[in-house]
Design a protein around this ligand. Structure first.
Ligand code: GCW
Length: 674
C-alpha cells in the first residue's frame, strides 16, 4: 500500500542472499548515543528484511561484522580512516580487515553521518550493488536540506493533496504519533536535516507557549535522526500575541519581543533551526508596512536567533498588485540592491522560477545575482500546478533543468547548482528547501509515484549535481522491484512525464493557464478578479496578433535581469530555446518554429503530444502488472486514467480557447476539441 516508501526491505532473491548475508552477519555499534541507537536499529531492521537477522559481535571477532562509529569512538579512531574531508554530515563505507577478519566500517565525523551511511549501505543491498569490497565516501554539498510544510495548525494543508497534516497539533505534545518516527526515518534516509512545521502563511499562534511545547515534542522525536525543526514566523506576531501596537522592526519593543520569543523557544528546543518568513507577499505582513526594508526585517530576526545558532530564512517570493510591473521582475527588483546587507545567518530563499512553480520556468534571475548573500533554493514537491496527486509527473527533470541552468555570472559553468551549493561565491550557509507533498494518506504523498518526488528532492539536496534518471532508477528499484523488465520501462515513463505535462498544460513557454485559485485543470480564459497577475490572460496575452509575454527590452525587459549573455539569448529569437519561447516573446500565430510548423500548428501538436504520452504511460503501466502488487498497481492505473482524461481536457480546452484568437484551422490529422 505504499506506507513503507522506499524503505521496504523485502527479501533479496535466494540466489543473491548468501553473499550479502555473509558480509552483513553482525552489527557492532561503537557507541550508544541516541543517533547510534537508531542507526543500529535501522541497520538491523533493514538487514532482517533483506537478508536475515544479524547477530551482535565486536569487530575483529569474526568475518562479516559491520562496525558503526564516529571519529571519536575508540573502535573507529584506531583505524585511522580519512574522515576529515567528510565534514559534519558525510560518511565513509569501507571494507577492511580487523584482526584479520573481513569487516565493513561505516564511519563519520558525527553519529548522524553514520546513520546516513547505514541508509546508503542498505540502499546498496536494496538496489543489488556488490558490497564485498567497498570503498566509498559521500558528503552533502548543501548544509541545510529542508522540507517546508505548508501545514496549518488546524491540520489543513495549503496546496496539500495527500490528506491532512501529519502533525497532529491537537494531540501533541502528550501523544507523538509513531508515524513521526517513520517520517524522520524516511527523511534521514535522504539526508534531509530540517523541517519547517507550519505554513509560510503563518498564524502567530504557532509561536505561543502551547505550540512551542508541541514543536518541542516533535523536535525530541526527530533529533536522533538529525532533523531540526523550524517555524514559520508571522511578522506581525508582536501585535497579535505580544500585545504591542506595532511590528516595526526598528522599534525597540518589537526587537525585544523577538529576542524574548527566541529565548523562550530555545529554552524548550535547544537546537531549534530558526524562522522561515514570508513577508510583504500576497497580503502577508512585513517590514514594508512600516516603511522598512527586507533587510531591516530579516536582520532583526537574525539578531534574535543568532546567539543561539539559529538562522532566518527570508523568502524572495514577493510581489504586490500595487506594482504595475511584470510580476516576474519583482523578486529581483526588491532584493538585488540589498546584496551584502543581510546578516550572516540570513538566507534568502528563492523559488526556482520567477513566477510560481509552473510546469516549466526559466531559472530565477536572483540566482547568481547576489554573490554577497546566502541564496537558497525553494522547489515545490507538492504538485500545485502539475495535476495534484493524480497526474504522474516525476519532477526530477524539472529540478535538474533548473540546477543545471547556467547563470553565466562568472562565465560558463556558473550553474544554479553552484550558486545553491555555495561553490560559486564561496558561501557556507547553503539551503535547499522543498515544499513538502506529505500528508496523512497511507501512502504519504497522495500517490505512489509522488513518493518519487520527495525522494528525488532529498537526493538533489544532498547533491544538486546528481543525475535524476539514476535517482529514479534507485527509487523504482527500492519502491517496486529490481527486475529490469520493470525498472527500465517505469523509469523511461517517469523521465518523460514532466515534459508531457508541459505539453498538455502549457507548451512552448506558456505559463499560469490553470483554473483560478485551485490551480487544477485548464483555465486559459481566467480574467478579471482582484488582480491581473492572478489571471491566465495576463500571462498568455493571446490576441488576434499572436500570443506570448514580451519580456524582451521591447516589452517588460525582464531579460535584462539576467547576466548579459543569458538575457541577450533569451531576448533573441535566434538564440532562445523554444521551450521558453512564449515566456519571453509575443509572436504572431504564423511565426515559424524550428520544426517548420507555424506557431499555431506547433502549439496544437504539443498539446496532442502530451495526451499521447499519457496514453503511452497507461499502456506501459498495464504491461507492468506482473511486477507490481495488485493494490499499488490498481491505484496507479486508476490515476493514469484520470490523467489521460484530464490531459485531453487540457488539450481541448486550450485549443478551443486559443483558436478564438488564432482563427486558424487545426493542422491536418488533429481531432477537433471534444
Ligand atoms: O503560488 C502561491 C500558492 C500559495 C502559496 C504561495 C507562496 C503559501 O498558490 O498557496 O502560499 O505561492 O509560495 O507563498
Amino acid at each position: 500500500d505504499g506506507y513503507d516508501l522506499w524503505l521496504r526491505y523485502k527479501p533479496v532473491e535466494a540466489s543473491a542472499k548468501g553473499a550479502y548475508a555473509a558480509r552483513a552477519a553482525a552489527i557492532a555499534p561503537a557507541s550508544d548515543t541516541p543517533t547510534m541507537k537508531v542507526a543500529r536499529a535501522e541497520l538491523e531492521r533493514g538487514l532482517t528484511g533483506l537478508v536475515g537477522k544479524p547477530a551482535s559481535a565486536a569487530a575483529g571477532t569474526r568475518d562479516g561484522v559491520i562496525l558503526l562509529g564516529a571519529a571519536s569512538d575508540p573502535a573507529v579512531a584506531k583505524l585511522n580512516l580519512p574522515l576529515k574531508s567528510l565534514g559534519e554530515d558525510g560518511y565513509l563505507i569501507r571494507t577492511l580487515p580487523v584482526n584479520g577478519k573481513a569487516t565493513t566500517v561505516i564511519a563519520a565525523n558525527r553519529d548522524i553521518g553514520v546513520l546516513y551511511g547505514v541508509f546508503r549501505y542498505l540502499e546498496l543491498i536494496q538496489t543489488r550493488q556488490p558490497v564485498a569490497s567497498l570503498d566509498l565516501a559521500s558528503a552533502p554539498k548543501v548544509k541545510l536540506r529542508m522540507l517546508n510544510h505548508w501545514d496549518n495548525l488546524n491540520r489543513t494543508v495549503e496546496r496539500g493533496y495527500s490528506g491532512q497534516s501529519i502533525f497532529d497539533w491537537w494531540k501533541l505534545p502528550d501523544h507523538v504519533d509513531p508515524r513521526m518516527v517513520d517520517y524522520a526515518r524516511a527523511n534521514a534516509s535522504l539526508g534531509i536535516n530540517g523541517a519547517v512545521l507550519n505554513n509560510v502563511n503563518a498564524k502567530a499562534d504557532s509561536l505561543t507557549a502551547p505550540f512551542i511545547d508541541k514543536a518541542a515534542a516533535l523536535a525530541d522525536t526527530f533529533r536522533p535522526y538529525g532533523i531540526k525543526v523550524y517555524l514559520s514566523a508571522r511578522f506581525s506576531a508582536p501585535i497579535e500575541i505580544g500585545g504591542l501596537k506595532t511590528a516595526d522592526p526598528l522599534d525597540p519593543a518589537v526587537r525585544a519581543f523577538w529576542k524574548a520569543k527566541a529565548d523562550e523557544i530555545y529554552k524548550e528546543i535547544p537546537d531549534f533551526g530558526g524562522f522561515l518568513v514570508k513577508a510583504n507577499s500576497e497580503g502577508q505582513p512585513g517590514p514594508q508596512d512600516y516603511g522598512r526594508t527586507h533587510v531591516d526585517g530579516a536582520n532583526m530576526l537574525a539578531q534574535a536567533v543568532g546567539p543561539h545558532g539559529g538562522v532566518v530564512i527570508w523568502r524572495a517570493f514577493v510581489y504586490s498588485h500595487e506594482q504595475p510591473d511584470d510580476r516576474a521582475k519583482q523578486g529581483y527588483t526588491e532584493f538585488k540592491a540589498f546584496d551584502g546587507q543581510f546578516a550572516d545567518n540570513v538566507v534568502i530563499q528563492v523559488k526556482n522560477g520567477a513566477i510560481d512553480f509552473q510546469p516549466r520556468e526559466p531559472f530565477h534571475p536572483l540566482f547568481g545575482a547576489m554573490p554577497k548573500s546566502n541564496i537558497g533554493m525553494e522547489f515545490q514537491i507538492t504538485k500545485e500546478y502539475l495535476g495534484f496527486a493524480t497526474h504522474l509527473v516525476y519532477l526530477g527533470p524539472l529540478f535538474e533543468e533548473t540546477l543545471k541552468a547556467d547563470t553565466m555570472v562568472k562565465g560558463k559553468g556558473s550553474t544554479v547548482a553552484k550558486v545553491v551549493d555555495g561553490q560559486l561565491d564561496g558561501r557556507k550557509l547553503t539551503v535547499m528547501a522543498g515544499v513538502a507533498n506529505i500528508g496523512s494518506d497511507r501512502n504519504w504523498s497522495g500517490s505512489q509515484f509522488d513518493q518519487a518526488n520527495w525522494y528525488v528532492f532529498g537526493r538533489l539536496a544532498w547533491d544538486p549535481e546528481a543525475d535524476t534518471r539514476a535517482i529514479a532508477r534507485d527509487w523504482a528499484k527500492m519502491t517496486f522491484t529490481n527486475d529490469e523488465r520493470f525498472v527500465k520501462p517505469a523509469v523511461d515513463m517517469m523521465m518523460g512525464s514532466r515534459e508531457a505535462a508541459v505539453d498538455y498544460m502549457t507548451p512552448l513557454g506558456l505559463h499560469h493557464q490553470m483554473g483560478e485559485g485551485h490551480h487544477y485543470g485548464p483555465g486559459p480564459w481566467v480574467s478579471g478578479g482582484p488582480r491581473a497577475d492572478w489571471t491566465s490572460v495576463y500571462y498568455a496575452k493571446a490576441g488576434p496578433d499572436g500570443i506570448g509575454f514580451d519580456r524582451t527590452p521591447t516589452g517588460s525587459d525582464a531579460t535584462s535581469q539576467y547576466a548579459p549573455p543569458v538575457g541577450a539569448c533569451f531576448a533573441d529569437l535566434k538564440c532562445v530555446d523554444e521551450k521558453d519561447l512564449l515566456w519571453f516573446h509575443h509572436l504572431p500565430w504564423d511565426y515559424r518554429l524550428n520544426s517548420g510548423d507555424t506557431l499555431w500548428d506547433g502549439m496544437v501538436k504539443h498539446y496532442s503530444r502530451g495526451v499521447s504520452y499519457v496514453d503511452g504511460m497507461n499502456r506501459t503501466w498495464a504491461s507492468l502488472a506482473p511486477y507490481v502488487d495488485a493494490p499499488r498497481h490498481a491505484e496507479v492505473a486508476d490515476f493514469l486514467k484520470i490523467q489521460r482524461n484530464e490531459a485531453q481536457w487540457w488539450r481541448d480546452a486550450s485549443i478551443a480557447w486559443f483558436q478564438t484568437f488564432s482563427k486558424r484551422p487545426l493542422p491536418a490529422g488533429e481531432k477537433p476539441p471534444e
